[in-house]
Design a protein around this ligand. Structure first.
Ligand SMILES: [Zn+2]
Ligand SMILES: [Zn+2]
Ligand SMILES: [Zn+2]
Length: 337
């Protein structure tokens, strides 16, 4: 069970095309059908968030050549839904073609099969991984440097982790890896909330990156690689500057007493330099990302919030239902839960 939150770098002219009272801007938001027994809410939520991500939508539109898998082609199915979002006059569309392609692609692993509920965060991540495969056709996802690969150009965090002893200076070999979704345990997050006591709401919001880092490293104590007797923490270093960062919150239990506290701790802005021990890219050091999308899981059902940049409004997506959320102009946490 996981939540996904997506952050992106603020666009230059966020409010330029907005005309107050214009219905046209929201006309491109449509619901996605979820008939009884389909259990497609996990997929519908992931698709809505991807469609509302301007960077992703525009990048996908520019791509046509790909390694096609015919009926099982996730790339074609996603393109087809996006085409209908753009052109169809219907208020509600079917996501069946993508559901079928996903089921066919993951048949051998028995994941995302028709009629069965699945995990929206994993669905989101797997769609991105498949797009990489359709464009690059290389199963090695770490270190992908293809300029046309939206997945790695826009979403991937290139990291390495290492244990370094502050006492004797000994270090483990650096372990490089790539991450599309940065998972954080909500229980670990909750344990770090004490560190925010006495801080104002504004200060707390500014420290969201630090909070994530603390939650992600708190349990990772090892003994020093040179056996000097010290216990040391893992260090994670970010080496690129991703345009979109996705955080997956992992709940350790279906029902949790921590929910209210955890929700209150979620910040609408994210500094990459706070989130990691070190950030090497100069743009990443300065970059502040804004919350633009969220997939939520509640009562065994997924729904999504996405920031509609043309109207500067948050929109709530619950399968066929699409609702505008009370209108604050800045990307901030939506007020409806
Ligand atoms: Zn195709
Ligand atoms: Zn790639
Ligand atoms: Zn040591």
């Amino acid at each position: 069970m996981a939540w996904v939150k997506l952050f992106k770098k603020p666009g230059g002219a966020l409010k330029k095309s907005y005309q107050p009272g214009s219905m046209l801007s929201l006309a491109l938001t449509k619901g996605l059908l979820n008939e009884p027994g389909q259990n497609s809410c996990f997929l519908n939520s992931a698709v809505q968030v991807l469609w509302q991500l301007d960077i992703f939508r525009r990048s996908l539109r520019q791509l046509s050549g790909h390694f096609c898998l015919g009926d099982a082609c996730i790339f074609c199915a996603l393109k087809s839904i996006f085409g209908q979002f753009q052109q169809s006059r219907e208020r509600t569309l079917a996501s069946d073609s993508l559901r079928n392609a996903l089921a066919e692609t993951f048949k051998d692993e028995q994941r995302f099969q028709l009629g069965l509920m699945d995990d929206a965060a994993e669905c989101f991540e797997n769609i991105l991984e498949r797009i990489h495969l359709h464009i690059v056709s290389d199963t090695a996802t770490d270190g992908c440097s293809s300029k046309s690969c939206i997945t790695h150009q826009k979403f991937a965090m290139t990291l390495y982790e290492q244990f370094v002893c502050r006492s004797c200076g000994a270090s483990s070999d650096p372990h490089p890896f790539t991450e599309l979704v940065h998972y954080v345990s909500t229980t670990a997050l909750w344990y770090q909330l004490d560190g925010l006591l006495g801080k104002s709401e504004r200060q707390r919001a500014d420290m969201f990156g630090e909070l994530l880092q603390a939650a992600n490293t708190s349990g990772d104590l090892r003994s020093c690689p040179s056996q000097c007797g010290q216990s040391i923490r893992i260090r994670r270093v970010l080496m690129n500057c991703p345009e979109i960062v996705t955080i997956g919150f992992v709940w350790d239990a279906e029902q949790s007493d921590l929910t209210d506290d955890v929700i209150r701790s979620l910040g609408p802005r994210l500094n990459l330099s706070g989130m990691f021990n070190r950030v090497t890219d100069d743009n990443a050091k300065r970059s502040e990302l804004h919350l633009v999308g969220m997939i939520c899981f509640s009562s065994k059902h997924y729904s999504a919030f996405a920031y509609h940049s043309k109207s500067c409004k948050w929109v709530f997506f619950d399968d066929a239902t699409v609702k505008e959320v009370s209108g604050r102009l800045q990307p901030t946490i939506p007020t409806v839960w």
